[in-house]
Design a binder for this molecule. Sequence first.
Ligand code: UDX
Length: 430
Amino acid sequence: MRVAVIGLGYVGLTAAVCLSQAGHEVTGVEADPERLARLRELRLPFFEPGLLEGMTGALRSGRLSFAGDVREFGDPLDAAIVAVGSPQLPSGRADLSQVTAALQSLEALPLAPRLVMLKSTVPPGTSRRMLARLGPALARRYVYSPEFLSQGTAVRDWQAPARIVIGTDNKELLGEARELLRGCEAPWVVTTPTNAEMIKYAANAFLATKVSFVNEIANLCDDVGASIDDVVEGLGLDPRIGPAFLKAGVGWGGSCFPKDTRALANVAVGHRRSLPLLEAVITVNNRQPVMLLGAIHGSLQRVAEPLVAVGGLSFKAGTDDTREAPSRTMLPELIAQGYRVVAWDPLVACEVSERVFPGVTRAETFEQAAAGAHLVLVLTDAREIVGADWGAISRQMQAPKLVVDGRNCLDATFLRAVGLNYRAVGRAAS
Ligand code: UDX
């Protein structure tokens, strides 16, 4: 099929690369001239494992190309995927201007594509409202298919999704959709656009709920002398609960969970409904970094000129994305409290950390960051942090030699054996 993918963020670019690998002739459309120029120079605007290699191969094969505007197409398209941003406005509502503009640009083509698939996350009811405005011609070709890619595993998630959700009012499009997504083996959920939109929000809200729930239980474990690791093992083996998304720590961040939980809460407000559970999930998450900061202040009270080393700036390991990462709230607070802060991250670029974390010194390695520190704060479970030479780090740290493990990823027994004080989330009894 001849396919256009509009919007080359991590969803759109992953889609463009994987679709060309599946044999389609794909043009990736990116309106930002700087991003487009970078892509043409084979430079990714973000880090995503396997994507650069895939993109390079797809460009060489001739099945992938880039354009700045969908109007550059000469030949008619078989399908178009829209994966532009839908950021949150200060009012809490989703900014749908990019989505609307992309759909309008497809409508304006002399020969509109047979299939138009929206992938951007949009509040339930959006497709219906947009289609009513944009007209029946688009409605006949329109499918809403939410994306469930996780950063760090996006390519694998595209190729082997847990499910494919297709929301459409025109079942005749299913053949086109199957042809477009050929090679992605997964159960299909075929439903209405509004249901598909709701599935996306409900999935992210549920996963965020699991993490906030386990964080609450972990906090209580510290009070009662229980170990969250053992508690989660016992919980997760119940097939009705499952072990996924039960890792306690500093809380969730990133480009999806914070935005989508807030957006869902906002949708409820629009319908004069309160969602107390979702509100609590957000509140618990906001409290986790504050709780760890409290523990840090308590431990460093008597230290003159405390030096804090931070391992990991991104919202999770395996990505360079710092959007809504715990580091974004914690590091400014540490600086405001008068601490010297040295940080290291395996993927976040130097210029980004200088811009996003003013006042924080950047180290070349994790061990270098930790040298001379009174406290090490671990904010991602990056391989280099978990596998660091903790014996050497202990020898170079200053009292109280405290490691605050915000990801419950280190071996408490080993760290204590090498002379470090260790604190995590729900592991006081470990
Ligand atoms: C998420 C969804 O998983 C994905 O389906 C959706 O398309 C986009 O949002 P992503 O934001 O890449 O993906 O990250 P994910 O791996 O889901 O983790 C989200 C946050 O929860 C991270 O900050 C992570 O550190 C945290 N988390 C996750 C935990 O604290 N504990 C866990 O057990 C799991």
